[in-house]
Design a protein around this ligand. Structure first.
Ligand code: TYM
Length: 341
């Protein structure tokens, strides 16, 4: 059975981009057809300036929203990264396989480091090594497929490179994973700045639809979306990024095709109105389930505890194998057995 792994970082409130680009597919497709693990990657939230209480709060909220979005603990494993030591354990070993140049070429590192510096903050070393931890997340589970939005493609490529390099140098240990992107809405753009991704850690609130936004807030944000100077509705990502973004969101919410939908609209106003309603309808059941789950926090805690136990048991043998392959001396009873070899 195909092994699927993906993760979400608790650095802000989850957005429509997270949902359409990743979470929805996890719930509708991946958990049914694969042996799937989904992780709140809280260690990754410490790579930029952070408030400990907020990270804790957002981690709990992200886990609750994953379940609200339809992840079913009977079908897949939902857990928190820091509850499973194997991620950090493997990350160090992979740092001994990755290169400094490789890390500095990562687009997200360059963008985020520039942003931290512009805010007068120093850049944490963990921001540079972040993609190695992400590779460890993926490789520890012998993952075949990583369903992600567009912005994570380069990181998954790195995980592939590190897996191949490790296997060549130290013997077959890891499965080489591949990224899986959604057909539409692989990159939902900020409604106010259609040249930038709709990111949860960004400052521009009015351009970001959050999964827990009230219906009227969603309507307001979509109705005020920046469109382009033309008047006719056409799907052109380069020339008309604002309209193309709305068409993609509408297509993703209704199951249509953005180009065909473009031909069906005569005005920006009508497109915005239908897009707003489509988003409200997509979010409605998620918000209702989120409300129910918040009333029973011990259920979510229990799911995460059981998820971590399962994940730990899956990751441990692979990480142990990587430690042995790279030349680390096994401990205890295992050492006695191996000494004879
Ligand atoms: P994160 O938390 O930024 O995003 C979680 C998922 O949502 C997708 N996504 C989007 N898709 C379309 N349009 C958008 N505007 C948009 N914004 C976010 C992301 O592509 C992602 O799939 N580094 C990862 C988390 C991570 C991870 C992993 C993912 C850590 N380890 C291992 C997969 C496997 C991240 O920051 O995602």
């Amino acid at each position: 059975m195909t092994r699927v792994f993906s993760g979400i970082k608790p650095t802000g409130h989850l957005t429509l981009g997270n949902y359409l680009g990743a979470m929805r597919r996890w719930a509708e497709v991946d958990q049914h057809g694969a042996d799937a693990l989904f992780c709140v990657v809280d260690l990754h939230a410490l790579t930029v300036d952070h408030d400990p209480a907020r990270v804790r709060r957002l981690s709990r909220q992200a886990a609750t929203l994953l379940l609200a979005a339809g992840l079913d603990p009977q079908l897949c494993t939902v857990f928190v990264q820091s509850h499973v030591d194997e991620h950090a354990r493997l990350s160090y070993v992979l740092e001994c396989v990755a290169t400094d140049g490789e890390m500095r070429r990562m687009i997200q590192y360059k963008e985020k480091a520039a942003r931290e510096r512009a805010r007068g903050r120093s850049v944490r070393l963990s921001l540079l090594t972040y993609p190695v931890l992400m590779a460890a997340d993926i490789l520890a589970y012998r993952t075949d497929e990583v369903p992600v939005g567009d912005d994570q493609t380069q990181h998954v490529e790195l995980a592939r490179d590190l897996a191949v390099r490790f296997n060549q140098r130290y013997g077959q240990t890891f499965v080489v994973p591949r990224a899986a992107r959604p057909q539409v809405a692989a990159r939902v753009m900020n409604l106010q700045e259609p040249a930038s991704k709709m990111g949860k850690s960004d400052d521009s609130g009015p351009g970001i639809v959050y999964l827990l936004d009230e219906p009227d807030t969603v309507r307001k944000k979509v109705m005020r979306a920046v469109t382009d100077s033309g008047r006719d509705v056409v799907y052109d990502r380069e020339g008309r990024p604002g309209v193309a973004n709305l068409l993609e969101i509408l297509a993703a919410c209704t199951g249509g095709d953005p180009r065909a939908l473009g031909e069906a609209y005569a005005s920006y106003g009508a497109l915005k109105k239908d897009t707003a309603e489509a988003v409200v309808e997509v979010l409605r059941p998620v918000q209702a389930r989120h409300k129910d789950l918040c009333a029973d926090p011990s259920y979510v805690e229990d799911v995460l505890r059981r998820g971590a136990d399962r994940a730990r048991a899956m990751a441990r043998p692979t990480v142990d194998a990587a430690y042995r392959a790279i030349g680390l001396l096994p401990a205890g009873a295992e050492a006695v057995v191996n000494a004879a070899r």
